[in-house]
Design a protein around this ligand. Structure first.
Ligand SMILES: [Fe+2]
Length: 282
């Protein structure tokens, strides 16, 4: 793996623009489940894009925290897609998305307990064994906390990654959202995450409702999240960064402008002592 730089999420409204212009973006992140199909236009577009750009796969339906058994049909589809497009890595979320065979189509929070921790760790190991590679798990945005919690969110995330030997996709916007919603210090969170586990960042826009923040992914990255990104770059180095934009999707050029902002912040780091760490991945 080489240093990836800054990527954007691959979204269907942008297929034509990308295939006609081959824009200067470092890489794309796909939503894995969108391509669990036997054929069709989306898969054709993806195959062509995969020839020109590095890709990473980001899933939303692994449901690693659920008490249901792991969905082996789902995992087989994930593995098949990975074999097809050869992503740099595969990620999903540290959450659950349903139980008793019901799918909520939402990323639901886990209680930060020892019991949930050992449950998740066991399942991450099974998934990694099946896929034959480490996966990345992402911290989600949340709007409630459990009274039963025995540790902080950052302790839970760190323990999952360490005990299961998986990697972390650190969503900087989600840290900011949760810090506001639950009243903790975002910088304390970042300072507690082990540097060697973090393989990717997410940046996204949110909606501030004064009493709480909603993680909407429907606008530009906000100023305080850029500030927190700077803090994260200082701690973790120039980690592969992705701009997420999932609703009210803009012209591709506007998305690219956000990626260029991130790149400007990242580049000084790539010229300094941190760089050799990234060369190690080559
Ligand atoms: Fe994210």
């Amino acid at each position: 793996m080489s240093a990836l730089g800054v990527g954007v999420g691959l979204r269907a409204p942008h297929y034509d623009y990308i295939l006609n212009h081959w824009p200067a973006v470092d890489w794309f992140e796909i939503v894995s489940e969108n391509y669990f199909v036997a054929g069709g236009g989306a898969l054709q577009a993806l195959d062509r894009i995969a020839e020109h750009y590095p890709l990473v796969m980001h899933g939303v339906a692994l449901s690693i925290g659920s008490s249901d058994p792991l969905n082996m049909t789902y995992l087989a589809q994930l593995k098949q897609l990975a074999q097809r497009i050869q992503p740099r890595w595969i990620s999903d979320h540290l959450c659950w998305t349903g139980v008793d065979g019901q799918h909520m189509h939402d990323l639901l929070p886990l209680p930060f307990t020892e019991e949930a921790l050992s449950h998740v760790v066991t399942r991450v190991k099974q998934v990694q064994d099946y896929l034959g590679q480490q996966i990345l798990l992402e911290n989600i945005s949340t709007y409630l906390q459990f009274e039963q919690a025995q540790m902080s969110e950052w302790e839970f995330l760190t323990e999952v990654a360490t005990r299961a030997d998986c990697l972390i996709l650190l969503d900087i916007n989600n840290i900011y959202v949760n810090a506001f919603n639950h009243g903790f210090d975002a910088r304390e969170y970042i300072a507690a995450i082990p540097v060697e586990r973090v393989r990717q960042f997410h940046l996204a826009g949110h909606l501030h409702k004064e009493t709480h923040i909603i993680d909407t992914h429907d606008q530009v990255v906000t100023h305080p999240v850029w500030e927190l990104y700077r803090v994260a770059l200082q701690r973790f180095g120039p980690v592969a960064t992705l701009i997420e934009w999932d609703a009210h999707i803009p012209e591709f050029t506007e998305l690219l402008a956000q990626a260029e902002l991130a790149k400007k912040m990242m580049e000084p780091q790539m010229d300094t002592a941190v760089k050799p760490r990234y060369d190690d991945f080559s």
